[in-house]
Design a protein around this ligand. Structure first.
Ligand code: BG6
Length: 508
């Protein structure tokens, strides 16, 4: 099919002059995602001339060795020629500040360095601080930024802070973190990142629902039977065992990524595309998720941990044999649950969500199953009852939307078979540059918080999962590992559906 739109480039106004400081600049996130995104933005002309980065970390770099480090990583992780070129130029400008995160001294030096770098590159005193560090350091760094006077916005200069996930470890720690950071920053200066919001397919949910007239009238309890959200990964914990073993699948994926998907599906139309108009509606849905009682945790929330198995034809070890994972670990690598949204639109309609590592394939999708139409007319010719319509939003790796409906199978007898109508991004828009972080970094530079989590959204997310964390920490899992790598999770997750007369999509 001919692409209707040529390759979609990143387009927009050039971001305001600013310097970006990356805390934890020597880590994985910087080289794999932040640098490539910056290079994509830069090569598309979206960064101000002479835009630059200052790395801040404990590692023994100086200006020269840090420039070499950036150059090496640009060469390794940036492939598109224009972006690579941009990255190599950028590597000649970057700077470095060394220091421990809770010591005030290096922040004084950082302040002087920022002033010097901003002046030399004509970048005004707009500073973007990116916290790509372990979460235990978030409050400490923000405190020190405050002490050094680095976050005061004077003379129309802005100071913004991007905070990586996880935002808190549970409800109390998230509240505490909010309290700590709002002592130093205003809510407008805080950008809590959730990289799912940088994905085009996720952003498209808003367009799909509200830029089309035909879906909204049927987007409610009268026509929808249930919603399934799946975020499956075939990877295991890789090198992240030490973080993951204390987090688990619930904390890692549910209150953030999956609730973002859920809130776009469940929200009411916002009154405008303003950041707060959209976030108000998303926050309302999250607030409306029914609190899960301890009894419901036992019956409606399923946890699993992968054992050894086969992925893509090759044997892989079980979770407990992964690096830096405790041999008897009780951490879940799979979660499935049924949630109810207590509002007018969704009353009585279950949202089934699940996520897991070491599943047969990488797949993120949202399936909206509609109510069946009466089969009466077709009873005599049809052996089985008619299947319901199914709208699937494919988030990744396939990007598109498909609608399943019944059609007459050609022949003398009236027989209904399922067929699919399918839209694929690639057919219309071609390949899109990017990691997803481009939009988020750019939006922050432009002062647009739409795609970032507001404090109340984060708290609502934790409020929902808190009872599950409580019950699960009080009751050790009995049968871990309870699913083999390369399968769709524990059998209890299937039972959760069959009890309600439903099935996960992989069992269709
Ligand atoms: C991260 C989680 O936030 O998201 C990881 O910490 C997970 O455990 C990742 O693998 C999934 O992101 P994506 O974009 O690959 O779906």
């Amino acid at each position: 099919m001919t692409k209707i739109y040529d390759t979609v480039e990143l387009r927009g106004k050039v971001a305001e002059p600013c310097v970006m400081v990356i805390f934890g600049a020597a880590g994985d996130l910087t080289k794999r995602l932040l640098l490539p995104s910056i290079c994509n933005l830069g090569s598309n002309g979206l960064l101000p001339p002479n835009f630059t980065i200052i790395g801040f970390a404990r590692n023994e770099y100086n200006q020269e060795t840090f420039r070499a480090y950036i150059e090496e990583n640009v060469k390794q992780f940036v492939t598109e020629p224009k972006a690579l070129q941009y990255g190599l130029e950028l590597a000649k400008r970057v700077d470095y500040a060394i220091g421990t995160f809770d010591d005030p001294k290096p922040y004084e030096q950082l302040k002087q360095l920022l002033e010097k770098v901003a002046k030399a590159n004509n970048l005004k005193s707009n500073y973007l601080f990116y916290l790509a560090t372990p979460p235990t350091l978030f409050s400490k760094i923000i405190d020190q930024l405050g002490v050094a006077g680095l976050v005061e916005e004077e003379n129309k200069n802005w100071r913004r802070v991007i905070i990586e996930k996880p935002f808190g470890h549970d409800l109390d720690s998230a509240k505490l973190l909010n309290t700590d950071i709002t002592r130093v920053l205003t809510e407008k200066q805080i950008y809590r990142i959730d990289h799912y919001l940088g994905k085009e397919t996720v952003q498209n949910l808003l367009a799909f629902r509200f830029a089309n007239g035909i879906f909204e009238p049927i987007w409610n309890r009268r026509y929808i039977d249930h919603v399934q959200i799946t975020v499956a990964e075939s990877l295991g914990v890789e090198a992240r065992g030490s973080y993951y073993d204390s987090a688990g699948a619930l904390r890692d994926m549910i209150p953030n990524h999956i609730f973002q998907l859920l809130s776009y599906i469940g929200m009411e139309p916002p009154i405008s595309l303003d950041a707060n108009a959209i976030r108000d509606e998303k926050a309302k849905v999250l607030r409306a998720i029914r609190e899960i009682s301890p009894e419901d945790v036992l019956s409606c929330c399923i946890r699993g941990q992968y054992g050894a198995g086969i992925i893509n034809g090759a044997p892989v070890p079980g979770y407990r044999s992964e690096k830096v994972v405790a041999p008897g670990s009780a951490t879940e690598t799979y979660v499935a649950m049924k949630l109810m949204i207590d509002n007018w639109r969704w009353d009585g309609i279950p949202f089934y969500i699940r996520t897991g590592k070491r599943m047969p394939t990488r797949l993120t999708e949202i399936a909206i199953q509609f109510k069946k139409s009466p089969s009466i007319m077709f009873q005599k010719t049809q052996n089985a009852p008619l299947n319901p319509n199914l709208l699937v939003i494919h988030v990744q790796p396939e990007e598109g939307i498909s609608l399943r409906f019944g059609a007459k199978v050609p022949g003398p007898i009236v027989r209904i078979g399922d067929v699919n109508m399918k839209f694929q991004y690639n057919d219309y828009f071609g390949a899109r540059p990017g990691t997803g972080y481009e939009t988020l970094l750019y939006d922050c530079m432009m002062g647009d918080g739409t795609l970032f989590q507001r404090d109340d959204m984060v708290i609502s997310g934790w409020r929902v999962v808190e009872p599950i964390l409580d019950v699960w920490s009080a009751l050790a899992p009995r049968q871990f590992p309870n699913y083999d790598s390369g399968t769709w999770g524990p059998k209890e997750a299937d039972e959760l559906m069959t009890r309600d007369g439903r099935k996960w999509r992989n069992s269709f």
